[in-house]
Design a protein around this ligand. Structure first.
Ligand SMILES: C[S@@+](CC[C@H](N)C(=O)[O-])C[C@H]1O[C@@H](n2cnc3c(N)ncnc32)[C@H](O)[C@@H]1O
Length: 256
C-alpha cells in the first residue's frame, strides 16, 4: 500500500476537494470546517460487482448491523457468548474471512465504510461457509461511540489503515490520541489492540500514540515492534511489498 494506486489518487483528489470546501466560510462567517469532524476516510466511488450485490441482498438483513440499533447485545447478535474481535477498516474483507474461518470459537465484528468491501465480505462468508462475522457499513468512530459496550472486546485489529502520506493530510490518520482514548474503555482488561502498517512514518506515529496512551502495556519491549502473530494472514499487498523490499510493522498493546 506504499505505492500510490489509482484509487489512492482518487481519494487524495476528493480529499483536496473536501479541504477546499472546509476552507469555505458560511453566511454567518463561520468556516464550514467547524461544522464537521475530520474523518479518516473519503468515500471511494465504485460499485459492487453482481456477485457482491447478490451476497449483499441475500445476507445484509441477517449479518448487517446498523448504527441506529444502538448498543450491541452480543449474545442476541451471535446466539452465544464468545471472545469478541473487532476489525476496523477491513477493506475487501479477505483476511477477516480467513481469520474468522480459522477461529470458529471467536466472534468477529467488521466495520468498513466502503460498500463494495462489505459486499465482498458477505460474498466471502458465503463462499467459505463462515458464520461468525457481523458487519457495520459506517464510520468506526461512530460505531465505537454508539454501539460497542464498555469492557466487551478481546481484541481490536486495524490493519494497514490509510496512511495519508502527505503531511497536510496526516491529521486524517485514524490512529490519534483521541481515537485510542475512545477505544480504551471498549476493551476488556487484558484485551489487545493490534495495529499493522507498511508505512514507516505511520508506524512511528502509532508507536508514539500507543506508548503515550495511559493503561496499555507494549507486548514487545518498550518502543519495540512485535512479530506478526500467526493469526494475522499476510495480504496480497504485503506479499507485493515484501518482493519490493518494503517493511511491515506490527504493534500489540495490552490493556492493563
Ligand atoms: C488502506 S485500506 C486497508 C484495508 C485492509 N485492512 C487491508 O489491509 O487490505 C483502509 C480501509 O479502512 C477504511 N476506513 C478508513 N477509515 C474508516 C473509518 N473511520 N471507519 C470504517 N472504515 C474506515 C477504508 O474505507 C479502507 O477500506
Amino acid at each position: 500500500m506504499s505505492e500510490q494506486s489509482g484509487i489512492e489518487q482518487q481519494i487524495e483528489q476528493q480529499s483536496e476537494d473536501q479541504q477546499l470546501e472546509e476552507q469555505q466560510v458560511d453566511e454567518s462567517g463561520i468556516p464550514a470546517k467547524h461544522h464537521r469532524a475530520i474523518r479518516s476516510f473519503v468515500k471511494r466511488s465504485g460499485r459492487m460487482t453482481p456477485g457482491q450485490q447478490a451476497a449483499y441482498d441475500k445476507y445484509w438483513s441477517v449479518k448487517g448491523l446498523m448504527l441506529a440499533d444502538g448498543l450491541i447485545n452480543y449474545s442476541d447478535v451471535f446466539g452465544r457468548n464468545a471472545e469478541t474481535v473487532l476489525e476496523i477498516g477491513f477493506g475487501m474483507g479477505v483476511s477477516l474471512v480467513q481469520m474468522a474461518k480459522e477461529a470458529p470459537e471467536k466472534d468477529f465484528i467488521g466495520i468498513e465504510v466502503h460498500e463494495p468491501g462489505v459486499g465482498k465480505l458477505l460474498h466471502g462468508m458465503e463462499e467459505h461457509d463462515v458464520e461468525n462475522i457481523r458487519v457495520y457499513c459506517d464510520d468506526a468512530v461512530e460505531v465505537l461511540r454508539e454501539c460497542i459496550p464498555d469492557n466487551s472486546l478481546d481484541r481490536v485489529q486495524i490493519y494497514f489503515p490509510d496512511p495519508w502520506h502527505k503531511k497536510k493530510h496526516n491529521k486524517r490518520r485514524l490512529i490519534q490520541p483521541d481515537f485510542i482514548e475512545n477505544l480504551y474503555p471498549k476493551l476488556k482488561t487484558g484485551g489487545v489492540i493490534h495495529l499493522a502498517t507498511d508505512w514507516e512514518h505511520y508506524a512511528e506515529q502509532m508507536m508514539e500514540v500507543m506508548t503515550a496512551a495511559p493503561g496499555f502495556d507494549n507486548q514487545a519491549d518498550d518502543y519495540c515492534f512485535s512479530d506478526r502473530p500467526a493469526y494475522r494472514p499476510i495480504t496480497k499487498f504485503e506479499k507485493r511489498g515484501e518482493r519490493l523490499g518494503h517493511g511491515v510493522w506490527d504493534l500489540l498493546f495490552e490493556k492493563q
